[in-house]
Design a protein around this ligand. Sequence first.
Ligand code: PMT
Length: 401
Amino acid sequence: MLKDKNIVLGITGGIAAYKAAELTREFVKRGAKVKIIMTSNATRFITPLTLQTLSGNPVYTDMFSLSGDWDIHHISLAQSADIIVVAPATYNIIGKIASGIADDLLSTTVTATRAPVLICPAMNSNMYDNPILRSNIDKLSALGYLFMDAGLGELACKADGFGRLPDPADIVEEVETVLTQKDLKEHKILITAGPTRESFDPVRYISNHSSGKMGYALAVMARRRGADVTLVSGPTSLPVPAGVKFAGVSSASEMRDAVMERVEEATVIIKAAAVADFRPSIVSDSKMKKGADRLNISLERTPDIISEVGGRKGDRILVGFAMETENLTANARDKMKAKGMDLIVANELGRPGSGFQHDTNIVKIIDKSGNIEELPLMDKRDVANRILDRILEISGRKGRA
Ligand code: PMT
């Protein structure tokens, strides 16, 4: 969603300035147009040539350069920006902005813009704790400037503490969030994701191939669109999405408890998890010996979470997924009816790029009136947005009813 967005990246003089190179690449990879302003101290840490090459645009370092055009740079950059990102932001630049000082190209551009300004501090942990900095951040936050918290870890000065520049991937995600319309801000969305694991002894379990990507994509996109998101996830290797409340679970019964505890406060529930339908009836306390050639394990049903939610849903919007290998549409419709869902998303399993593990999916979205929206192969984040669009439509209709 950063395609063709105009991002002005302000880089100030700290050791983390080298990470601005990666940040620039990430913005450019997503199709953004990146213009860079460096303070003169920043040019001591990383060369303008590096950033010019990565951004594909001239890098601005001087308020008064004779660049051959008639633009007043601090005005044209300030006006063209969809967002200004200051990363890394030193103690000094934050102090200058908070005090109304505009004495170089970056501070002047920040002063002259109407675009959102996202400030990503990076500095020594004592400087980061300094009450003067804290009060500058409070003052600027109250005025509408946006801040990311500095990360925890080993700093360039070898001290451990808060002061690291947030990861470039997290900064990109924050920029996406700031620039996305908040059309879901009225909603509290509970999402399940990933597989469940059903143990039969302390070292072995039954599970499935779900990676969690579909459910996490829903969580990321819903959060970008302003929803208050809670993600209940089985075990995955994915990082917890920024800005999302998270409950990690393992078995179907843990997932059931985590979901039922949170149903009351949700306005929308989306069940993208691949919950195991069966679990071993007996769980051995010790590792089962492999003495015999054959091992029979008796299985019993796990709780049917979506049916239980369906029974208590009230006005809430309930969305399920269907995983079928035959008669997909008919089986998905039956499931939707039987379990009280408002929408069901049927995975076209077996088609390349669809279902488990992929970054993409091919789905049909089926509603209660029987309408079917067939989507082509899409990134799971785009599929997530289409599902969220349909949820918004339903909630609009409910609001009018
Ligand atoms: O995680 P990925 O690798 O990205 O893959 C995504 C996905 C294919 C797992 C996802 O898109 C998906 O289809 N998830 C649901 C898979 C599934 O369990 O389908 P089902 O037809 O067995 O179940 C129907 C619905 O009931 C689902 O919403 C499921 O979450 C829910 N269910 C199932 C069993 C159970 N005991 N309780 C439930 O709530």
